[in-house]
Write a protein that binds this ligand. Structure first.
Ligand SMILES: [Zn+2]
Ligand SMILES: [Zn+2]
Length: 357
């Protein structure tokens, strides 16, 4: 991706010389997520174009200059099926890292496929190979986890793990999930695992709402076929007229915020995670929607290595959750413009990249 709005180009890179502790991953799958569409639209600041997009990816270790120790503490070997945490170079020394304990806001932090320039090498998944520099968190993909489930969950699953952590869902909670994209669909599944007794998903189109049911939603409300009042009434009817214990925003639309505030009960919690880009201000009545409601509002930005590892455990323990269905279609490297167009038009929840096609 040489610049925003420019067509995706195929370029050749030299095979990197591996320093001690580095590995080369032969890419089996990467993904085209909402972030990639934002990158293509030039809506994220500080992106060092040209970039090789594709931040969450999976592959086989093709070469390494050892020892390369995985996050589980054991040595990785050539031929291992491996995945890696896309965030690297978090410094561990700045105020965000140490004083505020918010490493996802560390200013040294870099992300494969997003803030790594292609001028530095193979730092992205839309490629036949990915350079894993020393210090990148690498894990073997557990034997029981299929490639398609891992990448179907992908970055949305990692974000959802963080959202559920921020939400502190309690056993028996009623949870509303706003948005049924890759993040919202994973959040539905994880809310169930976390103990929610009733999950209401709001979004569109109908096929994604059907998938939300498969992921664990009890009720879905079609954004295109219901009014604001009808959705609010449906949530009240399901909650003794109180509103939801927890509302999770994964919609990325300004209008979702005042609606989400209304759907939460008095003393409830609202986690905002979908506003990854600036979609403009939302209008809020602080008296009615926050103060008098005694509402707790939390933001949630990015993910940390622990969310990556927990995602792997969840995938291993819950093979029945159809994460693979979020990744609707595979595209080869020469079909990436088509993949971006399909993702942009939201024709599919997530496009997958398979360099072998
Ligand atoms: Zn830092
Ligand atoms: Zn992503």
């Amino acid at each position: 991706m040489s610049a925003p709005r420019a067509p995706i180009e195929l370029r050749e890179f030299p095979r990197p010389d591996l320093p001690q502790g580095a590995a080369l991953l032969r890419t089996l799958r990467s993904e085209v997520c909402g972030t990639d569409v934002h990158l293509w639209h030039g809506r994220l600041s500080g992106v060092p174009y040209p970039i090789i997009p594709g931040h969450v990816s999976a592959g086989v270790i093709d070469a390494l200059r050892g020892p390369v120790i995985g996050i589980d503490g054991s040595s990785l070997r050539e031929g291992d099926r491996a995945v890696f945490f896309d965030v690297h170079r978090t410094c561990g020394r700045c105020r965000a890292c140490t004083v505020h304990r918010t490493p996802t806001r560390c200013s040294s932090r870099r992300v494969y496929g997003i803030t790594d320039s292609a001028t530095e090498g193979l730092f992205g998944g839309w490629a036949e190979a990915i350079y894993l520099e020393p210090g990148v968190g690498i894990a073997r993909l557990p034997e029981a986890v299929s490639l398609d489930d891992y990448i179907g969950g992908g970055c949305g699953l990692l974000t959802a793990v963080h959202i559920i952590e921020r939400a502190e869902i309690r056993l028996g909670d009623t949870v509303v999930v706003q948005g049924v994209g890759a993040v919202g669909l994973s959040a539905v599944a994880l809310a169930r695992i976390a103990g929610a007794s009733r999950i209401i998903a709001i979004g569109a189109p109908a096929e994604r709402l059907a998938l939300a049911h498969e992921m664990g939603a009890d009720t879905t409300l079609d954004l295109a076929a219901t009014t604001l009042d009808e959705r609010r009434q449906a949530v009240l009817d399901a909650t003794f007229g109180e509103g939801a214990d927890v509302v999770l925003e994964a919609a990325g639309a300004a209008a979702a915020v005042p609606e989400g505030l209304d759907l939460a009960r008095v003393g409830g919690r609202y986690v905002i995670a979908g506003h990854y880009t600036d979609v403009g201000p939302a209008s809020v009545n602080a008296h009615h929607q926050i103060n008098r409601k005694h509402l707790e509002i939390r933001g949630c930005w990015g993910s940390e290595v622990r969310h990556f590892l927990r995602a792997l455990s969840i995938l291993e323990r819950h093979p029945a959750i159809p994460f693979r269905k979020i990744g609707a279609r595979r595209y080869g490297l020469h079909q990436l413009n088509e993949a971006l167009a399909d993702a942009e038009a939201m024709r599919i929840p997530k496009a997958l990249v398979d360099p072998s096609l």
